[in-house]
Design a binder for this molecule. Sequence first.
Ligand code: ELE
Length: 205
Amino acid sequence: MKVRELMQVAPVIPVLVIDDVSKAKPLAEALVAGGLRVLEVTLRTPVALEAMKAMADVPGAIVGVGTALNGDDLKRAQDHGATFAVSPGFTIELGAAANAMNMPLLPGIMTPADIMRALDGGFDALKFFPASHAGGAPFLKALTGPFGEVKFCPTGGITADTAKDYLSIPNVLCVGGSWVAPAAMVNAGDWEGITKLAKACDSLR
Ligand SMILES: O=C(O)C(=O)C[C@H](O)[C@H](O)COP(=O)(O)O
C-alpha cells in the first residue's frame, strides 16, 4: 500500500509503545476489532521488534515501525514484519533508504523548510510532529496554504477531544495518537475497553 492509502484506512493510526511482548497480539486484535487496522509500533522499547512480529500475524492488521531514524531501523523492522515506517523527522538518507527497500515512509515535518526538503526527497504525505506542541491545528492549517498538494497526519499530544479539530482540516487524512491504547488499559489487559476506544474513532470524521 502507498502511504496515502495507509492514511485513509482509518481516521486514527494508534501509536504504540509496547513494554511487554505478551500484550502485543491481544492489543493488535483489540484495535483491529475496533476498526483501527494500521498500527505504528514505536522502536522505543527493547521488545518493539518482537512485538511487531507478533502483531503482523494478526488478521487484518497492517503493522509499521515508528521512531524509525535511519536505514538500519527500517531494515530491522522490515525483517520483523513491518510493512511501512513512520519517522519523527526527515533526512534525505532515510528517504533514500526507504525508497531502496520499497518501504512506504511517512516522515515527520514541523516547519515549511522541512516540508520543502521532504518534497525534494519525493515525499508528499507527511506526519506533522509534535502536533500539539508545534502550534496545533491552527498552525497546521496555515501550513496547508502554501503546500496544498501535501497530505498530513498530525501526531503528538492529540487526544480524543482534539482529534476532530485536526481531521476537519482539508488535507489531513488521519491523525496519530497513543490515546487509543493507554498504558494502564494495556497493562490491565482491558482489551474490550481498547476496542471501545478504537470504535469511538469512527465518529471523528
Ligand atoms: O516515537 C515516535 O516517532 C513518535 O511517533 C512519537 C509519537 O508521535 C508520539 O509519541 C505520539 O504519542 P502521543 O503524543 O502520546 O499521542
